[in-house]
Design a protein around this ligand. Structure first.
Ligand code: PEP
Ligand code: MN
Length: 341
């Protein structure tokens, strides 16, 4: 854990010298001391903005010179590491897509050793909700004798009704339990996907005892060439930091109880989304039956379904009565759906 909150902010991507400097100036005024900007952007689809490349690093160096901020960018291979060293970047980060690939992470780790370059290295969680993969990537860097390795929680690719990347909070909390010595930051921008959720996610991360943020800030979010919806202006970010600075960490936030609660929340999410998917299927069956004049309620099918669910419950140490009650409610709703198509 860190003594002070580490705040790293800047645009998703460096787009122009003017955009980089205007954003950095606004952030420096808010007291932010670490400036981020991607110059190599790993985009899902080709033909979208893939970063300005090496020339963007000159703008970052200018930010350090003018505002005294520490500067960093995302690196994904040995060539990026070499170029990052030439600009003496103070920190680099390994993106969520790269963390999923142990070959790439090892290549970066080996190249840092070979270059004898020891910046602070941030490791985003992998896009898939796999804690071991995340810890594995961190361990590869620790073995490369990088002294300052920091984990960044940016959520996971998984259908979620609210967030762009489902936070699945029990995973970073379990990370913290297993690697208490590694500082843990929250990337509220990639979790949220929209600017309006960013502060809420930052607040939640403080309550859970995170060590700071890696956030996306752009002097003009609407004109951003990537991730425009989730970026906030430096002034907005400064106001958020002001409001959040009063929030002291909840002393009980790190206890095991919270880990259990996050797990419970995740199961509830699974329960509700599974019921929703089942209802959707019911409507489709309703259409099918309607088109063929098949009766909606079929007592033999109902009896079989109940028996089956009671048996599954028994096998999993759950009372068959509870399973029956839940299934009665679900079935009732399902019949209603089929009747209304
Ligand atoms: C980024 O920080 O701009 C980025 C690409 O993030 P992630 O790797 O988390 O998607
Ligand atoms: Mn981004």
């Amino acid at each position: 854990m860190l003594a002070e909150r580490l705040v790293i902010a800047g645009p998703c991507g460096a787009e122009s010298k003017q955009q980089v400097l205007a954003t950095a100036e606004g952030l420096a005024e808010c007291g932010v001391k670490h400036f981020r900007a991607g110059v190599w952007k790993p985009r899902t689809s080709p033909g979208t903005f893939e970063g300005v490349g090496e020339q963007g690093l000159e703008w970052l160096v200018e930010v350090r010179r003018r505002f005294g901020m520490q500067i960093g960018t995302e690196i994904a291979n040995a060539e990026h590491a070499r170029i990052a060293k030439e600009s003496c970047l103070d920190f680099v980060w390994i993106g969520a897509r790269t963390t999923t690939n142990p070959f790439a992470v090892q290549e970066v780790a080996d190249s840092l050793v070979e270059l004898d370059y020891k910046p602070m290295v941030l490791v985003k969680n992998p896009v898939v909700a796999d804690l071991r993969l995340w810890i594995g990537a961190i361990d590869r860097l620790l073995r490369a004798e990088i002294e300052s390795v920091v984990a960044v929680h940016r959520g996971f690719s998984s259908p979620d009704p609210i967030y762009r990347n489902a936070p699945i909070w029990h995973i970073p909390l379990e990370f913290r339990r297993q690697r208490p010595e590694v500082p843990l930051l929250c990337d509220p921008s990639h979790i949220s996907g929209v600017a309006s959720l960013v502060e809420r996610v930052m607040l939640k991360s403080i309550k859970l005892g995170f060590d700071g943020y890696l956030a996306e800030v752009h002097y003009s979010p609407t004109s951003a060439l990537s991730d425009s919806k989730q970026q906030v202006t430096p002034a907005e970010f400064g106001e958020m930091l002001g409001r959040l600075s009063g929030q002291s960490p909840d002393p009980s936030a790190n206890d095991e109880l919270n880990i259990f609660r996050e797990k419970i929340d995740e199961y509830d999410r699974l329960l509700i989304t599974t019921i929703a998917a089942r209802m959707q299927l019911s409507s489709e069956i309703g259409e099918y039956k309607k088109a063929r004049n098949i009766q909606v309620f079929q007592p033999e099918r109902y009896a079989l379904l109940m028996k089956r669910c009671e048996e599954i419950a028994l096998r999993h140490n759950l009372s068959p009565e509870l399973a029956r009650k839940i299934m009665e409610l679900i079935h009732e709703e399902s019949v209603e759906r089929q009747l209304s198509v």
